[in-house]
Design a protein around this ligand. Structure first.
Ligand SMILES: NC(=O)c1ccc[n+]([C@@H]2O[C@H](COP(=O)([O-])OP(=O)(O)OC[C@H]3O[C@@H](n4cnc5c(N)ncnc54)[C@H](OP(=O)(O)O)[C@@H]3O)[C@@H](O)[C@H]2O)c1
Length: 294
């Protein structure tokens, strides 16, 4: 069994280095553990898609009291959000990163900083500026965010800590495209979240004055909202696809797939929510996640 695993790991490593030129010079045991977890994380992405497709996590537009009960007792939403997203993508990431043999190289530092910057924003800024539609969240939803974050963030950190990138890596057109996608996706994600937050704020103010207004959801209009239900998910998907092109890490591939699993399923449910809620006034040509395509 261990001989078969060793052959598979060696083949995977050869494949990655021969197609990308990137080496992962760690011990055979380290490689076996790393690639085994990467394989497991790919499986997790597939399972997540199936589960989210059938029963999307009950928060925001998609929450129902019956579904919420299945995910356990509730905990306050801001500490839940901070603890599930912040420490794993920054503090834990940095600890793992600094243990690697290549952490001093500035290419590795740059890529690690992009990841940590995203998670500093997501874990330590976003929860405090977000206009949540609820004060608490079931503990199962919190854990369902925390556990995959620890796994994926750990794997990406381990890769960036030890990968040896070719000297001309940053001049490759694929990597340059990746950087454009990463920053472009980040901007789209931030702008879309900001617009939704403003709608929520206005809804909350109106509700205080005149009672329930449209049950807390504005008809989405303008910019990318004229084409898709979830520009914020689209932006983040583009961002992680860019990160995959930049780092060319097996763990970045499964992380992109895992994020896509949530975004594809959840945006389809959100589109159905809007179509039902706003009925005929909601334009039929609008897609869920990718303009004109899906
Ligand atoms: N990497 C991953 O796997 C992953 C997974 C999930 C989310 N995310 C990211 O997390 C961020 C937030 O996403 P999310 O799924 O938590 O929230 P979301 O459903 O996109 O909603 C964000 C905020 O906007 C409000 N909102 C949404 N549509 C609205 C409308 N039509 N009118 C008024 N208010 C509206 C929501 O209120 P309610 O709370 O009342 O709905 C909530 O306060 C995004 O940037 C997303 O990309 C990442």
């Amino acid at each position: 069994m261990s001989a078969i695993l060793q052959i598979l790991v060696t083949k995977a490593d050869d494949f990655v280095s021969s197609t990308t030129g990137i080496l992962f010079p760690v011990s055979q045991l380290h490689k076996t553990i790393h690639y085994s977890f990467v394989a497991f994380s790919g499986l997790l992405a597939a399972i997540t898609f199936l589960v989210q497709w059938r029963n999307p996590a009950p928060y925001g537009k998609l929450k129902t009291p019956a579904e919420e009960r299945k995910w356990g007792p509730k905990i306050p939403i801001i500490p839940a959000h901070v603890s599930s997203d912040g420490p794993s993508g920054t503090i834990m990431f940095l600890i793992i990163y600094l243990r690697g043999s290549q952490h001093g190289h500035w290419t590795n530092w740059m890529f690690a900083s992009l990841f940590m910057a995203h998670y500093f924003q997501r874990g330590f800024i976003h929860p405090f500026i977000m206009k949540y539609g609820q004060n608490d969240v079931p503990v199962g939803i919190w854990f369902g965010g925390l556990a995959p974050n620890i796994l994926f963030h750990g794997l990406v950190a381990d890769w960036l800590a030890n990968a040896v990138f070719p000297r001309n890596h940053l001049q490759s057109p694929v990597v340059l495209l990746g950087l454009v996608l990463f920053f472009g996706g980040f901007i789209v994600n931030r702008v879309a979240d900001w617009k939704q937050r403003e709608w929520k704020r206005k809804q909350d103010e109106a509700r205080l004055k005149v009672g329930p207004v449209n049950e807390g959801y504005t008809f989405p209009k303008g910019w990318l909202f004229d084409f898709i239900a979830n520009p914020n998910y689209f932006g983040e998907l583009v961002e992680w696809t860019g990160f995959l092109l930049i780092t060319q890490a097996p763990a970045s591939l499964t992380w992109d797939l895992f994020s896509a699993a949530t975004f594809f399923a959840r945006s389809a449910h959100n589109l159905a929510f809007y179509q039902k809620k706003f009925a005929d006034s909601y334009p039929r040509h609008r897609k869920a996640l990718i303009p004109f395509i899906y």
